[in-house]
Write a protein that binds this ligand. Structure first.
Ligand code: FMN
Length: 231
């Protein structure tokens, strides 16, 4: 099966059957999440893996009672830095230089530039920027789960403040960003399983643009942008 076939196969599973996924498949999905690219290679996030039933029961109400939390095999939780700091950024660059057998100061100018850029944006922007990076890893995990024929439900439907409190994330300088129950679909009881996948059409989604288009004051007409703005 091609990647596109797998992406068509997957769906945001609403009902899972409680079956466990093999450890090697879990590792494979986590490895794809680890290999995701991130801005400046900082990887300002981590993934928490939970299969402990008692902890999942505590998380379920925080995720507004969504049943996949307790019917899944493993719950993945992406957590991201609550802000950038000289220490956090320098640690990454130093490890990178060690790995590449280069002196620590090799990328000092770049490191300084990143730090200045981020410092000036403030803590809220920084946490948001780190959270955005975590979503790239999250996307990789979703696609890889599909390749492994493991079902997954991408979820933002949870109270992140409460989850951070439960998992003591504030104490370690992290915030939860997004969660992904992994498991297997309950084909007989999932209302979504036979529904057609809804996506915007290619025409609505892909806008090809040339330098002339960009300079054309009528560009909104060409792309029917007034219409597209609401689609
Ligand atoms: C970031 C994000 C958050 C989502 N949150 C939830 C959620 O909390 N609960 C849920 O059942 N589905 C959730 N979904 C699933 C989407 O509704 C679903 O991916 C979308 O409708 C497309 O359908 P498909 O994934 O079945 O192709 C979320 C998806 C994404 C990408």
């Amino acid at each position: 099966m091609t990647l596109l076939d797998n992406l068509k196969w997957r769906y945001a599973t609403k009902k899972m059957n409680g079956q466990s996924i093999p450890e090697d498949k879990l590792d494979y999905i986590l490895e794809a999440a680890r290999l995701a690219p991130s801005s400046s290679g900082l990887q300002p996030y981590k993934v928490i893996v939970i299969s402990d039933r008692a902890l999942l029961e505590k998380i379920k109400p925080i995720a507004y009672g969504q049943e996949q939390i307790t019917d899944c095999s493993h719950l993945l939780i992406w957590i991201a830095w609550d802000g950038y700091s000289d220490e956090r950024i320098s640690n990454v660059f130093n490890e990178m230089m060690d790995l590449r057998n280069l002196p620590h100061d090799t990328m000092d100018a770049y490191r300084q530039k990143v730090l200045e850029l981020y410092e000036h944006e403030g803590k809220e922007w920084q946490a948001h920027h780190a959270a955005k990076q975590s979503y790239i890893s999250f996307g990789m995990a979703i696609a890889t789960a599909a390749e492994q024929k493991v079902d997954a439900t991408p979820m933002e439907g949870f109270d992140s403040e409460k989850l951070d409190e439960l998992l003591k994330l504030r104490e370690i300088g992290y915030k939860s960003t997004v969660i992904l129950p992994l498991g297997y679909r309950d084909a007989d009881n999932d209302w979504l399983i036979n529904m057609k996948k809804y996506r915007k059409s290619k025409e609505q989604f892909v806008l090809e643009m040339s330098v002339e288009d960009a300079a054309d004051i009528n560009v909104s007409e060409k792309f029917n942008l007034n219409d597209l703005a609401t689609k």
